[in-house]
Ligand binder design. Structure first.
Ligand SMILES: *[C@@H]1O[C@H](CO)[C@@H](O)[C@H](O)[C@H]1NC(C)=O
Ligand SMILES: *[C@@H]1O[C@H](CO)[C@@H](O)[C@H](O)[C@H]1NC(C)=O
Ligand SMILES: *[C@@H]1O[C@H](CO)[C@@H](O)[C@H](O)[C@H]1NC(C)=O
Length: 141
């Protein structure tokens, strides 16, 4: 009696977990785009190089765009298509490197680089995934 009951309830638990995983996966990838931001807050010091690290997954070609928003205004940093052109804004030209996973490196940061960094990943059907990284920049006194 006892072993039978035990295995039956275990079967119910496994079934429920499988169902939840399937639902979670469906919610995470509505149009086949997802974005992970492992470190949403970065503390940097002036002149440091920082990596705005993300990892996206997307079926087909993705368009990645980074913007900087601070009290100085909103600036487009870079926009590119996976495996295609990279369009870096003139003001960032010498300071930005793009990576295949959607990340960018920003070199020689100054106080004005503090603020919010918004990244958008868009697939060919126009489905978006968004991420935000807050960067604090401290002076060297
Ligand atoms: C950055 O600094 C703030 C304030 O000092 C602190 O709360 C936060 O944990 C720091 N973040 C990281 C990633 O070190
Ligand atoms: C993205 O790629 C860069 C360069 O290879 C790597 O340093 C970074 O850790 C990657 N980010 C994530 C979230 O995997
Ligand atoms: C590159 O960016 C500039 C300024 O944002 C824009 O005018 C131009 O059309 C872009 N070029 C491409 C190929 O997207």
């Amino acid at each position: 009696m006892r072993p039978l009951q035990g295995s039956r309830s275990r079967g119910v638990v496994v079934g429920t977990v499988t169902l939840c995983l399937a639902a979670g996966w469906a919610l995470q990838t509505p149009g086949g785009v997802s974005l992970v931001v492992p470190q949403p807050n970065i503390n940097a010091t002036v002149a440091q190089n920082i990596l705005l690290s993300v990892e996206y997954s997307c079926r087909g070609v993705a368009t990645i765009e980074w913007k900087h928003v601070s009290s100085w205004g909103t600036t487009s940093i870079v926009e590119w298509r996976s495996g295609n052109y990279v369009n870096i804004s003139t003001v960032y030209k010498d300071r930005v490197t793009t990576f295949e996973n959607g990340s960018i490196q920003l070199r020689n940061v100054g106080m004005r680089d503090a603020g919010y960094y918004f990244v958008t990943v868009m697939d060919e059907h126009g489905t978006n995934a968004y991420g935000t990284i807050i960067v604090n920049v401290y002076g060297t006194n």
